[in-house]
Design a protein around this ligand. Structure first.
Ligand code: PHE
Length: 341
């Protein structure tokens, strides 16, 4: 008898401690205590084994347990009922989630990062300059005085007679040399602007400029660095390069760098104009006048510089026929570059 009373007390404690808003848990509670084969049914069945003189006390205990269980059940049902407007109870956590679209870098950023990676291995650090430039940094200091015919090579957007949108990243060469003293090795990626628009020219495009100034820098250093870059960039040691004479007012001598693209498909014939060779950048030895303009003694230091158009290389690598595709932000175009990361 004593044992039965203890059992009832333990059950009572359990009933009182029960707390849940979850309909399944509440139903399990009901089955456990008040179900047909539940605890109370079992206890009522053992009523007949209880000695007569204790039946009264036992019955009272049992009733107390029954009332407590019934009340608890009602209470729980009520509070879970009011909670059923709570979204948590209506959400089906087993449903698969919405797929999240993974973004990707723009093809121009992918290539810019690749160029930066390669040159940073050679000790070039990043440098930047403003996109709204003055005449000095974009032209004058680069050996292009106001009536120089080379100004015609640049279709410049002017704000006024002294301010313009930079036409090339070569202006960053001047900022870099003005800011720090030789020796220096900088790489300057950035947006540039020219008043020009057709399938292969956009009024805004991207260039990467390189500048190396040190004692005894010569054309062989320039060739080695650019060949090394091209082999790494195109991931091939066999790619042929060609340096041909060119002209830029701020480098002397100047060269353009061509790579052998080959003539295998009709597209190859078209993009290389039937020669198999493609120009990918301009370069040269920094003109002594430019060094002087930036307070560097050309008797002591020499340097090389190069500049390449990222869109041009992107069009080549990804066989994109129209430069405007890079700036239209059409997802169908951009999504193709996800795997190129
Ligand atoms: N600034 C030149 C251009 O825009 C490229 C260049 C850079 C050439 C550095 C030589 C040296 O065409």
């Amino acid at each position: 008898m004593e044992q039965l009373i203890d059992q009832i007390q333990a059950h009572l404690a359990e009933v009182e401690a029960f707390q849940s808003n979850d309909p399944t848990e509440i139903e399990n509670f009901r089955i456990k205590f008040l179900g047909k084969k539940g605890i109370l049914t079992g206890l009522f069945a053992s009523f007949k084994e209880v000695p007569n003189d204790q039946k009264k006390a036992f019955g009272q205990q049992l009733n107390a347990l029954k009332i407590a269980a019934t009340n608890k059940l009602e209470e729980s049902k009520k509070s879970s009922g009011t909670k059923s407007s709570n979204p948590a109870s209506t959400i089906d956590f087993s449903r698969p989630g919405q797929p999240i679209d993974v973004g990707s870098l723009h093809p121009i950023s992918i290539l810019r990062n690749r160029v930066i990676d390669i040159f940073s291995q050679l000790g070039f650090s990043l440098s930047a300059g403003p996109e709204i430039e003055d005449d000095w940094h974009n032209f004058e200091a680069l050996n292009i005085p106001s009536h120089h015919p080379a100004r015609a090579m640049h279709d410049t957007f002017y704000f006024d007679s002294n301010h313009l949108l930079r036409t090339h990243t070569s202006s960053v060469q001047i900022h870099a040399m003005e800011k720090s003293t030789a020796p220096l090795r900088v790489l300057a990626p950035g947006r540039v602007y020219r008043c020009d628009s057709d399938p292969t020219h956009s009024p805004m495009f991207h260039q990467i400029e390189g500048l190396c100034v040190d004692k005894e820098i010569n054309f062989r250093n320039l060739k080695w660095v650019l060949n090394d870059f091209i082999h790494k960039f195109f991931d091939s040691n066999n790619i042929k390069t060609r340096f041909s004479p060119s002209y830029f007012p701020f480098t002397e001598p100047s060269a353009e760098v061509d790579i052998y693209w080959g003539l295998e498909t009709e597209v190859d014939y078209r993009i290389t104009k039937g020669t198999g060779w493609l120009e990918i950048m301009g370069c040269g030895m920094v003109d002594p006048n430019v060094l002087k303009n930036c307070g560097i003694d050309p008797e002591e230091y020499s340097g090389f510089a190069f500049g390449m158009g990222i869109e041009r290389i992107a069009m080549l690598l990804y066989q994109v026929g129209d430069i405007r595709l890079f700036f239209e932000n059409d997802m169908r175009f951009l999504e193709q570059f996800k795997s190129t990361l």
